[in-house]
Design a protein around this ligand. Structure first.
Ligand code: PLP
Length: 298
């Protein structure tokens, strides 16, 4: 699955640091920490007419990721919300929109790794694009397990939503080479972690299981699915899960803000049904309830 450029995004306005720029002028300095070391944190947000899905949770994760990385001037939620609203209003966007929200450590006085070189303050980027759900959620996706392991806390804590995405990108390259839609990443012990850009769930014998969030991003969609299952008395638990268990599941689905809930119909050449009744129920419940998770910006 390769995303296409959308001509509706040709002339969008992008918020950088303190104001809006047209797309053609929306740039950061070559001295910015994101260019120098991938030293930034980010969130993906989805916008519906009802608001931004789980906005508070996303802003909390952005701020907590920045705190872990010892950013010294983390913008307030109020500032970030104003920047998001300004950007959406300027682009007349209130539906079918995805926002890539990035906070970099800012510009350095000279190239180098040391955060003390960042003396101009952090830099917030609000990149809002017309972008409906990216996966084909009717037909599902095919994935392949990759040799690239997902970070556990002893390397780089996956709870930080940072811009050092190279291990996930290598996993995605392996999937591309194999002609599949996404790369499945194991943790350093060989248990399932997640796909390169989304979390994983499996259904077996009327129960739902998802990997512990030890070596995956504790996704906000993942959390919404867990909460939704509990609300509807669907048995759900976290566990160490192996590839063999996933191959033999009644259903497997991926979760993320970009694609919401997506059936996984093949792992390493083993077919997985997308017709499991419990899985279908969860996917349709989420579709119904996602608008209720939206938060207004005003
Ligand atoms: C590696 C990874 N896993 C999972 C997710 C899904 O997280 P969320 O549901 O918060 O969008 C993302 C999204 O950014 C991601 O980058």
């Amino acid at each position: 699955m390769l995303q296409k450029s959308n001509p509706k995004n040709d002339n969008i306005q992008v918020f950088i640091k303190d104001k809006l720029y047209p797309r053609s002028e929306a740039k950061v300095s070559v001295f910015d920490s994101s260019v120098q070391g991938g030293d930034a944190v980010w969130e993906g947000l989805r916008v519906y007419p009802e608001g931004v899905v789980c906005l508070e949770k996303h802003l909390t994760r952005l701020q907590e990721s920045a705190k872990t990385l010892a950013f010294v001037d983390i913008p307030s939620k109020e500032f970030i919300k104003k920047a998001i609203k300004q950007t959406l209003d300027a682009n007349d966007m209130n539906d079918d929109t995805h926002i890539r929200l990035t906070l970099t450590r800012g510009e350095k006085i000279t190239s180098g790794m040391d955060p003390r070189l960042n003396q101009s303050g952090s830099c917030l980027i609000v990149l809002a694009e017309w972008k409906p759900l990216v996966y084909d959620n009717d037909h599902g996706i095919k994935v392949i397990s990759t040799s690239q392991r997902r970070n556990s806390p002893q390397f780089l804590d996956s709870k930080i939503h940072h811009n050092n995405l190279l291990n996930n990108i290598i996993a995605k390259i392996q999937a591309n080479v194999a002609g599949k839609d996404a790369g499945l990443m194991l943790d350093e012990r060989g248990f399932i972690a997640e796909l390169n850009g989304s979390n994983l769930f499996m259904v077996k014998n009327e129960k739902v299981v998802t990997p512990f969030a030890h070596a995956c991003l504790p996704g906000i969609t993942r959390n919404s699915v867990i909460e939704m299952c509990k609300k509807h008395d669907i048995e759900i638990s976290e566990a160490d899960i192996t590839l063999s268990q996933f191959y033999n599941a009644d259903g497997v689905f991926a979760t993320g803000t970009m694609g919401e809930l997506t059936p996984v119909v093949e792992i390493d050449g083993r077919s997985i049904s997308k017709d499991d009744s419990l899985q279908k129920k969860i996917i349709s419940l989420f579709k119904k309830e996602v608008r209720g998770l939206c938060e207004k910006l005003d």
